[in-house]
Design a protein around this ligand. Sequence first.
Ligand code: SF4
Length: 328
Amino acid sequence: MKPFSYVRATEKGTAIQTVAGDRAAKFIAGGTNLIDLMKGGVAQPDQLVDITRLPLADVTAIPNGLRIGAMARNSDVANNRLVRDRYPLLSQALLAGASPQLRNMATVGGNLMQRTRCYYFNDPAMPCNKREPGSGCSAIEGYNRIHAIFGASEQCIATHPSDMCVALAALDAVVRVEGSNGERQIPISDFHRLPEDTPQIDTVLQHDELIVAVDLPNSPFAERSHYLKVRDRASYAFALVSVAAALDIDNGIIKAARVAMGGVAHKPWRAVEAQKILVGAKANEQTFAAAAEATIREAKPQKYNRFKVEMAKRAIARALTKAAGGTV
Ligand code: SF4
């Protein structure tokens, strides 16, 4: 591992200023992804600014929803009473991620910032445009079983690894950040990027911007939502395909619907066509099948991940059926 210096921040402003003054500095929170990348030589910061002691771990009700501090641990958020009662979809997605030990360390901010688990990205011996821009993409002609079927580019076909972010996408979360140029609020749908010609850039966050909280707007979906994750093992495995489905149903008719997917794109993928079909339709098997079919129409699989298209179709229909039956 490349040598680096370490400072523990006790105050938000100085943490931001320290990172703003050093292009090779990084914030570190739970470290469950960054430390692995540093050990493998994939990330090589010369300075780490530890933000875990900043008072940003509260989960609090706000007038229009819920505010989750960026330093809140994944396990604490998943088990928080307000989250479980009002946003069970988020709780389910968090508990589907990683392992209990990792969830005890990982923070909400760090979960938003985690990087792809593409095997070639994690292997400095292999060309990878995300790790080293212009070097090529080993996955496009390589073993691309875990890669994207939506929104990929000729530069990168990686997927975003988070479960939490898929639920946040379905719930229309807003990411609150602070940097040396002040504060801003970023809708979750704009926070992560598609790869296009710059796959090395995962998010719209500026170098010195610190995630301070995530806001969840009030939601009508608490009673009917479901997070479905399909993976190689029952635990501690990234999603091949995941679906966050949320429905608001009145007298058998769908008043509002959200469908977001994980494991299929460089960012949490909102199934916009599915939502158009769902809203105003009867909540039944035919509607859910039509929504799933509409979603996969735009899929562009790679050589080794064609199975994801059918898997995505079935997962969407199943998640919607589960959601319609009531959150459990
Ligand atoms: Fe790198 Fe992206 Fe290609 Fe994976 S898919 S090798 S992350 S450029």
